[in-house]
Design a protein around this ligand. Structure first.
Ligand code: PLP
Length: 321
């Protein structure tokens, strides 16, 4: 079975559908990164989205696409934290019941935020795969709708609205550097940008269990071991039955870069010290790749997606000390 591809029209529709729930986040020039790299580097601040991460875009677009009958049955998702928070918030705004299944690797700050939004939280096992078993059970037994964190056309189109905003704010954009895990974020952005401009799309993952990177290299889906990382929001595989983001990433992503734990820490530190911004590990990998000199010959108009800010402040301060 081949899945119907996601189109630029889906992204345009998503923009309209989520407009009342989503912030058009600022794009700000980074003086320090521009100086360091000798080119104009801009930061796309998804840290300023209502849930502190971009995932609210995709989750809201997905929930807005459901029928009244589906909404009545409620939604369920598996999450490393930010997606769960986004689903919980979108569900709350639309008056829908939500269950969020997470592994014990998810930081307490994220679990607490999801509970505060009124979602039913289930901590299951120590990997995303184990949490996913509970999701499948709730789909089968309760008829809840599974909201995938990345492998869903409405989720990808929702994240793609970032690409439309980048085009408006930086019309001559030629390079975009995007945190990469399951690939919903990068595929949506690449789809939106490449429909309009010639742009190099670079994904950055942590070197611990980079499922999309390994799968693209192998030309087939490769399961990876899940390990703890400073970039906790980038952990997890891309799904053994991946339908959308793997083929899209192979077609639309030009380069993939891996960063180490030390490089991620340096990215978080740079964000706090130089940019005066709280950024979580997964959100700082785009900065980390630039600082580590791993982005070869970036163009003249570079955007780094800063994807989230949900990090425990004491932990961030320890990293920066
Ligand atoms: C989910 C997430 C990512 C990765 O997004 P994918 O669509 O899974 O590639 C990056 N940064 C943050 C902060 C996230 O929450």
């Amino acid at each position: 079975m081949t899945a119907k591809p996601v189109t630029i029209e889906n992204v345009r529709q998503a923009r309209i559908s989520i407009a009342d729930f989503i912030r058009h986040t600022p794009l700000v020039k980074s003086a320090s990164l521009s100086r360091l790299t000798g080119t104009a580097v801009h930061l796309k601040l998804e840290t300023l989205q209502a849930t502190g991460a971009f995932k609210l875009r995709g989750a809201t677009n997905k929930l807005r696409s459901l029928s009244a009958e589906e909404l009545q049955r409620g939604v369920v998702c598996c999450s490393t934290g930010n997606h769960g928070r986004a689903v919980a918030m979108a569900a709350k705004q639309l008056g829908v019941s939500a269950v969020v299944c997470m592994s014990s690797l998810v930081p307490a700050i994220k679990v607490d935020a999801i509970k505060a939004l009124g979602a039913d939280v289930r901590i299951v096992g120590s990997t995303q795969d184990e949490a996913d078993v509970e999701v499948e059970r709730l789909v089968g037994e309760d008829g809840r709708v599974n909201v995938s964190p990345f492998d869903d056309p409405h989720v990808i189109a929702g994240q793609g609205t970032i690409g439309l905003e980048l085009l408006e704010d930086l019309p001559h954009i030629d390079t975009v550097i995007v945190p990469l895990s399951g690939g919903g974020l990068i595929c949506g952005i690449a789809l939106a940008l490449k429909a309009h401009v010639d742009v190099r799309v670079i994904g950055v993952s942590m070197d611990r269990g980079a499922a999309m990177y390994e799968s693209c290299r192998a030309g087939q889906l490769v399961p990876v071991a899940e390990e703890a990382s400073l970039a906790d929001s980038l952990t997890g595989g891309i799904g053994a039955d991946n339908q959308y983001t793997f083929p899209m990433a192979r077609e639309l992503v030009d380069d993939m870069i891996l960063v180490t734990e030390d490089e991620i820490a340096a990215g978080m530190k740079h964000a706090l010290r130089e940019e005066r911004m709280v950024v979580e590990g997964g959100g700082a990998v785009s900065i980390a790749a630039l600082l580590a000199g791993k982005v070869h010959s970036p163009g003249k108009h570079v955007a780094c997606v800063i994807s989230g800010n949900n990090v425990d402040i004491d932990k961030l301060l320890r990293i920066c000390a």
